[in-house]
Design a protein around this ligand. Sequence first.
Ligand SMILES: [Ca+2]
Ligand SMILES: [Ca+2]
Ligand SMILES: [Ca+2]
Ligand SMILES: [Ca+2]
Length: 560
Amino acid sequence: MAFVGGGEMLVLEKSTGRVRRVADGMVTGTALDLAVNSASERGLLGIALHPNFTVNGFVYLYWTESTIGADSTVLSEVPLLGNRVDRFVWNGSSLAFDRNIINLRARQSDSGQTERGNHNGGVLRFGPDGKLYVLVGDVGRRGQLQNLAEGPFGPGSPDDAFGGPDPDNAHLTGAILRINDDGSTPSDNPFFAAGAAIGGQTGANIQRLFAYGIRNSFGMAFDPRSGGLWAQENGDDSFDELNRVEPGFNSGWVQIMGPPGRIAQYKAIETDPMAPQPFTPGGYFGLQQIRWPPTNLADTGVQALLRLFALPGSHYSAPEFSWKFGVAPGGIGFLDGNALGTRYANDLFVGAARTSLEGGHLFRFNICGRATARGIASFDPRLADLVADNLHKFEITESQSLLFGSDFGVTTDVQTGPNGNLFLVSLSDGAVYEVFDSGAAQPPSDDCRASAPSPGPGPSAALTLDLEARKQKLRKRLKLFATASAASTLTAGGRAIKETTKELAANETTKVKAKLKRKQRKKLVRKLDRRGKAKTRVEATATDRGGTTADDEVKVKLRD
Ligand SMILES: [Ca+2]
Ligand SMILES: [Ca+2]
Ligand SMILES: [Ca+2]
Ligand SMILES: [Ca+2]
């Protein structure tokens, strides 16, 4: 979804390849119709406007092309490098092709496995630096960018029939690329020198990298306050993540998902041979690609960190947040501004990639702190460890305080609209939702009164021993913050709210302990979140539903 001015937005249809024009809740036309391969997770996936869009009209699209000149849902009807980013020019009513930016791996025809079409990523965002960020999933590869320095089979063997394990054109996967607006490579990229030293196709691709070691993702967004990049990452069955992505970030896949201190849980879940689990008929065993089984995983965090493929200048950092079992996050976005009230100003919203939890959850993360130190803050003491310890996949335990909305279906995009409200694209509902302030009284703000936790730049793989100390420190700060926030909220009725500082936290801690039994605090958190949920949603429907096209009609529904 992209807002092109004049009250108009462009909305993508994954399976038809059409870019639809939408105004006042109605489809008004088609700006472009691409011949897409939409099998599995492929199709027309991402859109971004150039920072100077109002002047040059540049629109960037991430899409999977078909080999038959028409839309296809057949897995094999795709070029090897069938995921592509192209630049188009908007003339006020349609999009005209301008130039190709990059071609990325799409075909997954690995021997011994059924053909697949998943893990294409597909998110495009321009950063505050004016550069284009392109997120591509691992596309089923098991090479260096998946932290297998020698590939899945050991020294001298390629990853697959098309090369690797080095990031040649068919193995530039599981990464966030940082690219100039014309497709060339910025010389200030984190691995620009490293790539130059290697040279050739692989070297040129390494120069394009901003981050790697990412399994797959449907959501990436820049924090409007700090300018920092955040991305969600979908685990296999375990440890979905939210990450802050700094230049040179290595997220750790396939060696690590979740915090390194949880490596034993990661391995245990992914090698679980037990009977079928809810939502996973075949059980959890396996990491999809049979050529690198989960039994290969390390047994300790340090061991796993030492196995990472470390490009010069790379760093591993643990997730800002993770879920023990997958909840399947989808699109993510920041609410830029306070149109929904100060409580939600500049917070991070995380949609769902599946409808299995709450009919498509919308999670809200309270983001606190100043400038580049902005990070997640939570009331819930169970989240002081930065992990939602749920009981199985698509399960809400320890995420209750994050739940902002339900029944949003599969959310593929989250954006702040020109009016400051939150807009969400629901693929499964064929709808764009607008979340707005219903005018109902809001609870006392739980927004950022304390100095927020600031994870800061992550340690490099070489500094792994610092990791646990750092996390301990962070946990202490999170606890401190949770206490201080609760104190502020409680005193809001009778006394003036004090500006919360570490000093206040220290003063208030004793009072809070006396006043707030654990139960009461939980009750308060629940109450706040019930009242804080979006009251009303407007559903403006226009796009196709699962391949069949709805009429160009508008439906406006009010829901509680
Ligand atoms: Ca089409
Ligand atoms: Ca990670
Ligand atoms: Ca698994
Ligand atoms: Ca926990």
